[in-house]
Design a protein around this ligand. Structure first.
Ligand code: SF4
Ligand code: SF4
Length: 191
């Protein structure tokens, strides 16, 4: 009986499409609940370091003196804690598959910060970073990455921004629809 089942399965797999794809030449569409990988919109980041404190596996590092935000994607477990803690919402989960690479290396993003970090901790430190970026923008000199991003990093940031915008739009539409339903229900009750 077992042999018959096995034979049936073997025959079926001979004539069905393989379950695997030829990555990196062929890429699957991401599943809706896929966690993806952490992407930083460095223009929004203030290098406050709160994400590094939230990370349970020390996959993140921030060096304000050198103006760098670093992630080791091979250490990251996609828990999303850093995204939850970021006071600037600059972190998100990117669903675009990363480019295949023959090297295991961390991703380093650069940012110019004029002001030295305040000797404070936690939220106070984030607030100090916020003040720094506001002051920087107030002088008409918007914060810009010191070093040009790679094409892959640009693509990740663009995809993350587009996903964030789409999410905001969907939420606004859902809120408008539910407000409309509420008004209609109130109108019905009043009649
Ligand atoms: S918590 Fe957000 S703003 Fe702060 S360093 Fe991390 S990514 Fe940048
Ligand atoms: S998703 Fe989790 S493991 Fe990955 S960098 Fe963020 S906090 Fe660290």
């Amino acid at each position: 009986m077992g042999g018959f089942k096995l034979g049936k399965m073997t025959l079926r797999s001979l004539f069905s499409k393989p379950a695997t794809v030829q990555y990196p030449f062929e890429k699957r569409e991401p599943y809706p609940a896929m966690r993806g990988h952490v992407v930083n919109d460095i223009d929004e980041c203030i290098l406050c370091g709160l994400c590094t404190r939230a990370c349970p596996v020390q996959a993140l590092a921030v060096n304000r003196k050198e103006g760098t935000w670093t992630i080791n994607p091979y250490r990251c477990i996609q828990c999303g804690y850093c995204i939850r803690e970021c006071p600037r919402d600059s972190l998100s989960m990117g669903l675009t598959p990363p480019e295949a690479s023959a090297h295991v290396e961390a991703i380093v993003m650069h940012k110019e910060m004029d002001e030295a970090p305040a000797p404070a901790k936690g939220a106070a430190k984030a607030a100090a970073g916020e003040r720094a970026i506001k002051a920087e923008r107030g002088t008409g000199a918007p914060a810009r990455p010191k070093v040009k991003l790679t094409t892959e990093q640009e693509a990740r940031v663009a995809a993350a921004r587009a996903a964030k915008e789409a999410k905001k739009k969907a939420e606004a539409e859902a809120a408008a629809a539910s407000a409309g339903d509420g008004a209609a229900a109130a109108g019905d009750a009043a009649e």
